[in-house]
Design a protein. Structure first.
Length: 326
């Protein structure tokens, strides 16, 4: 594990750095001694997510919409031009991207183009945050990187899924056309501190409801599965990908699969809540199963998740409890 005396990168630009994953990436990179420019338009992110970094001499916050060209030539603390661009800007929860359909498509297309141009201009390594949603409602299980997916191009989720798939195509073309050093990670569901209780994703929704002793709203019959990774594991995988020369795509996720009903029951138990479960309508095109094949990441990045659901959920519940109290 690198530390501040041997940083892997001099200056990282993190688009979407004030979001859930982006803010954890900024924090970890700074702790490793990398200067960080966080670029965010706050459409779903929050300044509070990076408030603990404000004032750090190697941290700069650049409020900007990446669908317009942007640059970070000097870097905080005269770090110099970026040698790493992590492109994480994008609405990510279904509630957000259904509310922001055009912005989601433009961030995945124009935003990815502008982030790639930044990396090319400075000769930086570029990593695209893609998603397991690129597999759509999968007909192969678990999903390996060679599976092309099953996406409805005109369904309600398509604004996100197809934006990410276009982003992957653009990133791949960029490497071929311009020789830019690019990598693609396909992230599976990740949870942890700094998620928003009302962002619509299962873990923060269930935790918020459990802590308020409200019924946990499980969609459908609750037998659909997800594979949930704790944020520290996902961040470690992303940074291993950044430090490699792999193009990917590479799956980063935790293969431990759980049904939504079991997840709800586990959160009720861990929170010591008196909540019941209430079944509600399942959204259109909601995938039935989701589980990463992580053979590639294990072999090429020597990465695998190490935080199990009980531990990760306990940490998350603790954060939500403290946060609500604050
Ligand atoms: P998030 O909504 O918390 O963070 C996204 C950030 O991007 C926010 O701070 C938002 O304000 C910013 N943003 C969006 N559009 C922008 C634009 N045009 N210009 C500048 N900033 C913009 O979501 P997250 O869960 O942290 O996801 C981060 C990235 O990881 C996304 O690209 C998402 O697709 C990907 N991802 C996340 C998960 C997960 O489980 N969290 C899974 C797969 C992929």
């Amino acid at each position: 594990m690198p530390d501040a005396s041997t940083p892997r990168f001099r200056h990282a630009v993190v688009t979407g750095g004030a979001g859930f994953l982006g803010s954890h990436l900024c924090t970890t990179l700074l702790a490793e001694g990398t200067a960080v420019t966080c670029v965010d338009d706050f459409c779903t992110g929050q300044a509070g997510n990076v408030a603990h970094l404000t004032g750090h001499p190697a941290f700069a916050l650049l409020p900007a919409d990446v669908t317009e060209p942007f640059d970070a030539p000097g870097g905080p603390g005269a770090a110099g031009p970026p040698d790493l661009v992590l492109h994480f800007a994008s609405p990510a929860s279904p509630a957000d991207y259904l509310r922001l359909p055009m912005h989601t498509l433009e961030t995945g297309s124009l935003g990815t183009r502008n982030a790639l141009a930044l990396a090319r201009r400075h000769g930086a390594r570029f990593v695209l945050a893609s998603t397991s949603e690129a597999y759509g409602d999968p007909q192969q299980h678990p999903q390996s990187e060679t599976y092309w997916g099953n996406v409805n191009p005109v369904g309600p989720r398509s604004v996100y899924d197809e934006a990410k798939r276009f982003g992957e195509a653009l990133t791949t073309a960029e490497a071929g056309a311009h020789g830019t050093d690019t990598g693609i990670v396909r992230l599976f569901n990740t949870y942890g501190p700094r998620m928003r209780g009302h962002d619509g994703r299962a873990v923060p929704t269930f935790v918020r409801q459990a802590l308020a002793d409200e019924p946990l709203t499980v969609t459908g019959d609750g037998r659909q599965t997800r594979s949930l990774a704790y944020v520290d594991d996902t961040v470690r995988g992303i940074l291993a990908m950044a430090a490699s020369d792999l193009r990917g795509p590479v799956n980063i996720g935790n293969p431990a699969e759980i049904t939504m009903l079991d997840l709800a029951r586990k959160i009720i138990a861990l929170a010591g809540s008196g909540s019941a479960v209430r079944f509600v309508e399942r959204p259109t095109d909601d995938p039935a199963v989701r589980c990463p094949d992580i053979t590639l990441a294990c072999g090429k990045l020597q990465w695998e998740p190490c935080v199990d659901a009980d531990e990760g959920l306990a940490r998350t519940i603790h954060w939500f409890r403290e946060h609500a109290a604050a």
